[in-house]
Design a protein around this ligand. Structure first.
Ligand code: FAD
Ligand code: SIN
Length: 523
């Protein structure tokens, strides 16, 4: 039997939780469907912190300027102004709600990250900022009796009737069968798609499901070619690519090659604090030059006492792998980290489909342009989660129940055999993405990747595999179209920035790729 509610939120990271709290304020019933346990999300693992204008020597113009420079000509100025102005307001509110950011002598402590002109990054429990944000938001959400959180409820597709999104189809974890839920509006907060790549800092839930669902429902997708690779993921055989926060370089960490040389001097005058895309490409160049699979992060100039206190989670995790961050060189290499592209939205989280809203990493709001400034994404989730919630309440669509004909009526919780096939498909896609649609791309590699994806897509796939390979195709298609290098997108065959491409790629189902000068379609 179908479920009825007022608002459906998908995902329980910073964007989903903040949107739910906003929606519940209106007195509406809010149902949050989330794929795993409530805490499992990219947000939970965020380390470095959240950028915000709150320190005495900072101001909004400086934060905006840093964001615009990082975005390499593709940010939407109004979106950036909104992020920065509302960011301060919503962080102050979070502090009122009881979040514990780290302090020094009673005052908020700010750290430094790449491409920020000021120390403006707030952090919590040293390197566990995301965990603290999730804790505080879940505690706040629990005070709202009308929020119902459904963990382990994997959403598969959106229900669209007469060009309006009226509900979603998900796998009911108790019934172990597909089920529909209808509401006045759906807010997609499903996060990014780091898992598209063989090497990633993202947890397993980050498979980009919301992007694929929105695409299949007919929403416009923007700037899918822009993927951020984090330069310093711990690089050990048979271990996940655990993130070694940029804040470690912000506190004085140095990158060295296998000969112990500080190689960033050869690549950029900003050295280890050059923008992420530059540091990642420099590491790749250095690994190729020296014939190695990693370089090293050197924290040995800092005391063990300081490092243990400042980066407790990283300290303990490295210790688990027999590495002491204060005395050992830490092997690192780049890994996929963040998607700048996603569902095209206006400044209030409205997608191009009525009744469908989106917030957080699943979107392209125009805030990040071609490259996200470090620590701006937790802020984006907070700000645009709240704004999307506000807009969904204001738009006040009517609840509408339809007879939903599933595109894939056989869909159900997969049996072990089809699960095995799904795993094999995803493994192949991840390898191709890493090798051919990765940090360095060119026409030939992208064409070969697309050919493979088309071949995979022709086989009989489960919904989740179909979504996965479709997303891979979207990234490769826009990367092939963009014949220039800008921000997170680097083409070996077009290494320069080209003014002609100072536009956004837009993809929509059954339509050729187009471009648009602006992301924000609201005005
Ligand atoms: P997420 O937090 O990823 O939440 C997505 C939610 O959707 C999850 O609950 C997930 O389970 C759910 N979901 C996904 N698919 C489905 C489905 N099909 N059905 C139902 N539910 C679904 N950013 C910063 O600003 N500062 C940092 O210090 C920082 N550090 C980071 C460190 C790491 C290791 C990583 C991976 C990212 C980091 N980032 C950081 C990026 C930042 O964490 C994310 O961009 C941000 O948290 C995204 O928030 P979100 O709410 O959009 O998505
Ligand atoms: C980090 O701590 O290095 C991640 C920060 C971010 O992705 O914004």
């Amino acid at each position: 039997m179908a479920i009825e509610t007022d608002f459906i939120v998908i995902g329980s990271g910073v964007a989903g939780l903040r949107a739910s709290i906003e929606l519940a304020k209106s007195g509406a019933r809010v149902t949050v469907l989330t794929k795993d346990k409530a805490q499992e999300s990219n947000t939970e693992y965020a380390q470095g912190g959240v950028a915000v204008v709150l320190s005495d020597d900072d101001n909004a113009e400086l934060h905006e300027e840093d964001t615009l420079v990082a975005g390499a000509g593709l940010c939407d100025v109004e979106a950036v102004e909104t992020l920065v102005a509302d960011g301060t307001k919503y962080i102050k509110q979070l502090i009122e709600w009881g979040i514990e950011f780290d302090r020094e002598g009673g005052k908020l402590a700010f750290t430094q990250e790449a491409a920020h002109s000021r120390r403006r990054i707030l952090h919590a429990h040293g390197d566990s900022t995301g965990k603290e944000i999730v804790r505080a938001l879940i505690a706040r959400a629990r005070q709202e009796k009308r929020i119902v959180l459904m963990p382990f409820a994997n959403t598969e597709s959106l229900i669209v009737a007469d060009e309006r999104c009226v509900g979603v189809r998900f796998l009911d974890p108790i019934l172990r069968a597909p089920r529909e839920i209808f509401g006045k509006a759906v807010i997609l907060c499903t996060g990014g798609a780091g898992q598209l790549y063989q090497h990633t800092t993202n947890p397993s839930v980050a498979t980009g499901d919301g992007m694929a669902m929105a695409y299949f429902a007919g929403a416009e997708m923007a700037d899918m070619e822009f993927v951020q690779f984090h330069p310093t993921a711990l690089s050990l055989e048979n271990a996940p690519r655990f993130l070694l926060s940029e804040a470690m370089r912000g506190e004085g960490g140095i990158l060295r090659n296998k000969y112990g040389e500080r190689f960033m001097t050869r690549y950029d005058e900003r050295l280890e604090l050059a923008p992420r895309d530059i540091v990642s490409r420099s590491i790749v160049a250095e690994m190729r030059r020296t014939g190695t699979r990693s370089v090293f992060l050197d924290m040995t100039a800092l005391s063990e006492e300081f490092l243990r206190e400042r980066f407790p989670k990283i300290y303990e995790t490295c210790k688990f792998y027999d590495l002491n961050i204060a005395t050992d060189l830490l092997p690192v290499s780049p890994a996929s980290h963040y998607c700048m592209g996603g569902i095209r939205t206006d400044l209030h989280g409205r997608s191009t489909i009525a009744g469908l809203y989106a917030a957080g990493e699943v979107t392209c709001t125009g805030v990040h342009g071609a490259n996200r400034l470090a620590s701006n994404s937790l802020l984006e989730g907070l700000v645009f989660g709240a704004r999307a919630g506000e807009a969904a309440v204001a738009d006040n669509y009517e609840l509408r129940i339809t007879n939903y004909e599933s595109e894939n009526p056989k869909s159900k919780i997969q049996n072990p055999k089809s699960q095995e096939i799904s795993t094999a498909v995803k493994k192949r896609v991840k390898r191709v993405m890493w090798e051919r649609v990765g940090i360095l791309r060119d026409k030939d590699s992208l064409k070969r990747a697309l050919k493979e994806f088309e071949q995979i897509a022709r086989s009989n796939l489960s919904t989740s595999s179909r979504n996965f390979v479709t997303l891979a195709k979207l990234v490769a298609t826009s990367a092939l179209w963009r014949e220039e290098s800008r921000g997170g997108h680097f083409r070996n065959d077009f290494p320069e920035r080209d003014e002609k491409f100072r536009v956004h790629s837009i993809q929509k189902k059954d339509t050729e790729l187009t471009s648009s000068a602006k992301i924000n379609f609201g005005q």
